[in-house]
Design a protein around this ligand. Sequence first.
Ligand SMILES: [Zn+2]
Length: 460
Amino acid sequence: MPELPEVETVKNTLIPLVKDKVIIDVDIFYDRLIQSNIDDFKKDIINKKILGIQRYGKYLFFDLSDDFILITHLRMEGKFAYHKTSENIRISSTTLAFYFSDKTSLCFNDTRKFGLMYLTTKNEIHDLPMIKKLGIEANKIKESDYQELFKKLRKNKPIKNLITDQSILCGIGNIYADETLYLSKIHPLTKGKDLTNNDFINIFNNAKKILDKAITLGGSSVHSFSSNGIDGKFQEELLCYGKEGKICHNCGTKFHKIFLNGRGTTFCPNCQIYKPIEKAIGITGKIGSGKSTLLNHFKDLNYLTISSDELIKEIYHDPVINKKICKIVGFIFNIDKKEDRNKIKLKMINDPQVKEKIEDILYPVLENRLIKIIEENDDVVIEVPLLFKAHYQYMFKKIFVLDIDESKQIEHLKSRGDNVTTSLKINNDYSDLNLDKVYIIKNNSSKEELFKKVDEILNK
Ligand SMILES: [Zn+2]
């Protein structure tokens, strides 16, 4: 879908080609393209001269003679195609053709047929609902707009959804939103209400920087009007969008992808940690350190308790995922069988590449499921053995890390029939222990002692 810079590029490319041309005829091949009265459109567009083109958000306004304005929106796939002839110009996706007095022509081609046109006048344009509800242009925000924008953005909704809301800021779509939040070091799930005025100003500045750069680069790379998505040069400049599974240049962490309002959202879970959901309580720690025991304690305290190992097992049952993982490990398995689970565990321990490939499949699915659970429920406690490794810190307001001496750990592992040698090889990395919300708890004595320590922290 073309975003602001692409539409700007379409405008800049079109102007020298169609400015001062007079429309002498029009063919409409798909009536629903025209949102204003179609008979008036056909009648009023004739003998109008194109005086110029302006862009407002993702709309293009063709200034016509006699104070008429043709509004167009490319939507998903709409493209203009200019022809030096007016014959044989129609292709299968052509929904409209304008014919000019100098025997040239301009087609609107739209495979998805979501594009729209509306003919209006200078007097009426600002009263049109579709134009009236458009917010401030994202690359033209002035200081005098700040207060109004702060008010509109300080909502209990993810900032990603707020900055892509065209009635607040117009012109930021999916690509530029991900890029803007990455540069601003703000997690896309952070609620607008949790951000400061300085955060918002930072977002405005970065959005402008990115959009202006994209406009400059887009202008030099688009040779036709097929401004389909992002063209050439700016695509090479993208730092975050579409990079899930790739490494963040800033910190070396893999980019994550989650879904927000059904739209893919890429972010670095290490660089963009500013006040994201931070709602649930997390439990992590070494294998055999008492995580499940603590989870059960929370269950007794009426929390909703979630074991991510159980969720992972569910995810393994997904036929598509199961097939992918069978291919990676090289054998067919039944995740409900303990011996099969151990076979996979062993394979992952012995082959780090296999481990990484499997994690790359499971973690994003798990992440999206956890986010959904946390957003829909209060008082959730989640046991995540891989919490730090998977960079899930942003989900939790408190994280309990259970620590245990090896002798005690071996005792636990033996008592539940785990293979001690294999289990001890599972390394959990706790790189983020210095966060304020992380509580490290030694679990070397009784479970009563453990619960007492945890309850004290909860009641603080
Ligand atoms: Zn990073």
